[in-house]
Design a protein around this ligand. Structure first.
Ligand code: 5RP
Length: 230
């Protein structure tokens, strides 16, 4: 099975957790987009849900496919969020933000009673950190914020390049109007300590470590679907 087929299988399995009338957080990325396509088929067949998208990109796809949307301001409490991830460990700590939507993804996940991650097997890791950690930062004082991030990392015995994410020759700008710095620290043995340290840096808006937010991960591999629970 190719990577896309695995994403579709994970999305299909997660869709079984969606029931009529749900207020649903809808993630961002290629796996989440497969979920939106399958969800749209259910909606076309009569299922009623209200979706809260985690990015403008997801919102556009939902609109195109006829999935009814709300905002988190109109619908501040959600039943379930379904979203992809860049890395998932056995405790369901995640690295997210490869698609640049980590801030809204985290706000939406935190507003949900439950979060289910959908991913193919390649996203499961023993220790987080092979995928560079996306850190959303305020545009103001970028260099000072990068120095502060490096200092936080050094205290924890971590080091590695901080790369400003670019697109079409210009810095990538998130839906919230911020930059993203991708931190290649390598293994992150203590995600909680790094999370706390990064949150203490004033220029850091949010980071892509998701701790204690996901209750389950639906993982698709060549040998089928398995569900990892926290
Ligand atoms: C976007 C994300 C995505 O969920 C993550 O990057 C996984 O994307 P994909 O399903 O395309 O591999 O966090 O900010």
């Amino acid at each position: 099975m190719d990577a896309r087929a695995l994403k579709i299988e994970a999305a299909r399995a997660a869709l079984e957790h969606v029931t009529d009338g749900m207020r649903l957080g809808i993630g961002t990325g290629s796996t989440a987009e497969e979920f939106v396509r399958l969800l749209a088929e259910k909606v076309a067949a009569g299922m009623k849900i209200i979706g809260v998208p985690t990015s403008e990109r997801t919102a556009a796809l939902c609109r195109e496919l006829g999935v009814q949307l709300s905002t988190l301001d109109e619908t501040p409490e959600l039943d379930l969020t379904i979203d992809g991830a860049d890395e998932v460990d056995a405790q369901l700590t995640l690295v997210k933000g490869g698609g640049g939507a980590l801030l809204r993804e985290k706000i939406v996940a935190a507003a949900s009673k439950k979060m289910i991650v959908i991913a193919d097997q390649s996203k499961m890791v023993e220790t987080l950190g092979k995928f560079p950690l996306p850190i959303e930062v305020n545009k103001f004082g970028l260099k000072a914020t990068e120095l502060a991030i490096a200092a936080v990392a050094e205290k924890l015995g971590l080091s590695g390049p901080l790369t400003l994410r670019m697109t079409n020759g210009a810095p990538f700008v998130t839906d919230g109007g911020h930059f993203i710095v991708d931190a290649s620290f390598g293994r992150i043995p203590d995600p909680r300590a790094l999370s706390n340290g990064l949150h203490a840096v004033p220029g850091v808006v949010e980071h892509g470590l998701f701790l204690g937010l996901a209750q389950a991960a639906v993982i698709a591999g060549a040998d089928g679907i398995r569900t990892v629970r926290a």
